[in-house]
Design a protein around this ligand. Sequence first.
Ligand SMILES: Cc1cc2nc3c(=O)[nH]c(=O)nc-3n(C[C@H](O)[C@H](O)[C@H](O)COP(=O)(O)OP(=O)(O)OC[C@H]3O[C@@H](n4cnc5c(N)ncnc54)[C@H](O)[C@@H]3O)c2cc1C
Length: 504
Amino acid sequence: MSRYLVILLSLYSATSALSIPFIHDAEQTVFNTHAPADLPHPNPTHSFWTHTPGANPLAGVGSTGALTDEADVCIIGAGITGVSAAYHFANTVGESAFPIPEGETKLRVVVLEARDFCEFRCHGWRNGGNLTPYEFLEFRKVEAQFGREAAMRYYAMEHYTSTEMARIARAGGWADAVDLVEGGHMDVMLTEARLAEVRADFDAAIAAGKRVNVTWLSREDMQSAYGTYNWGVRSPGYNVWSLKFVTQLFRQANATARSALDLRLHTRTPVTSITPLSASVSARKWALDTPRGAVKCTYVVHATNAYASHLLPHMAGPGPAGIVPVRGQVLAMRANASLAALSTTSWVGNAGYWFPRPVHSADEAPLVILGGARTAAGAPFEVGVTDDGEINPSVGRVLRAFLPALFPGMYEPGREPEAEWTGIMGYTTLNIPFVGPVLDVARPDAHAGQFIAAGYAGHGMPRAFACAEAVVGMIAAERAGRVWEAPAWFPAPFLTGVRDAPQE
Ligand SMILES: Cc1cc2nc3c(=O)[nH]c(=O)nc-3n(C[C@H](O)[C@H](O)[C@H](O)COP(=O)(O)OP(=O)(O)OC[C@H]3O[C@@H](n4cnc5c(N)ncnc54)[C@H](O)[C@@H]3O)c2cc1C
């Protein structure tokens, strides 16, 4: 038997669960009926990102003392969506497009976060850290679902998000502090069938007129460059310490310190319900109820991703308006090779995604962040799970075997990871987020003043920042009494309401 056949067979046996067409199985389960999501688990697993000492200086900000009693805008959730919204308020309020309230000198914005800003608890920063815009992947499906123009914008938005996040970090002088690495991205393909699928998406994107910036690598190229005998296609991409990124973004929003904005943060303050206020009681529209008291708000931004349906039960999955929580698992594994041998690339392949962290010296073996393998959990593939207080041992077993099998000799089989954790993603039936006013077809006026950006289907890093920007633009337009004009990169199908009508 040839060496490469042995490698391939051992890979398949080590990751046999991964060779199941898990995407289809897992997606099917998203369509099962689910109750509204729970609140975020109070005692989540410790992620490498959040548990490293000093990584979370804002952890408990605003968790004690007096709670802000009212605000013009309340943002629920301090992940990338909520903090991007705060950042965009900081950058636009006071401009002619975003006037401050009549009779007031400042626009008051408050961020309410159920857990810590991030350490031990904040959810999104429990993720894999890949900031990877799709160049053309799934183009045929996206074009068939949404049409060509929306498909072009779908990819343009990811490009915009990633490059804008990198630009802000560099311009702010904190790219190194958040470990922003422009190492590119590699999709690795283990079978000819998968290669043909990816090629067909590439061809479709080119035929549609999209500029596609990729390099194809043969199995031999991949073997000599990276030590894995599989096909590859390389595209632009980043990886980043996401918690540090969001911390810097929040600080920058504060530092922008436009005299027209009053930005506050209350961590460890879950919003448990939202109650309408009658005009005779308050000029504000909504009371956000928390265990520390209520905050009265004129506008509400739901930046709660997987947990959105806790406060918006009509958004419980399935259905065109639903967001379903899905648990993902990640581990931090020490490699057995140098960063030069592994490369600074972010990778995706065979239901796993991974990238090596930066090192302090050339001979240091990097820590590699690896996630995926949800199929190994068995049906229903972690769908409907909001408990990130525990890990799934079956998923953990497959993840541990994954890299030693794919890169023989570069990882030590049987080596235990240095950290392992879970986090909750928000899936939608079409794998695209909801961005815009909260709409309930059964009660069209029931949520006036409430907006949402959520449901990134496990691919939020290159989307959430821009989706929050769009929502801030919508609130600014509504305040100024004008119609919101979508940015050139905004795909119309992301807009709430476009999918709320039942689909054939
Ligand atoms: C394990 C895992 C790995 C991932 N890997 C990647 C990856 O490599 N690349 C990628 O692009 N994406 C990845 N993702 C997805 C990505 O992390 C998310 O899409 C992104 O974090 C969404 O950001 P968000 O701010 O909308 O939501 P979140 O980060 O989930 O933030 C929502 C916040 O709202 C808070 N909240 C919820 N309900 C309430 C309430 N009622 N009151 C107050 N606060 C509330 C939560 O505590 C949370 O902090 C991964 C996700 C997981 C779980």
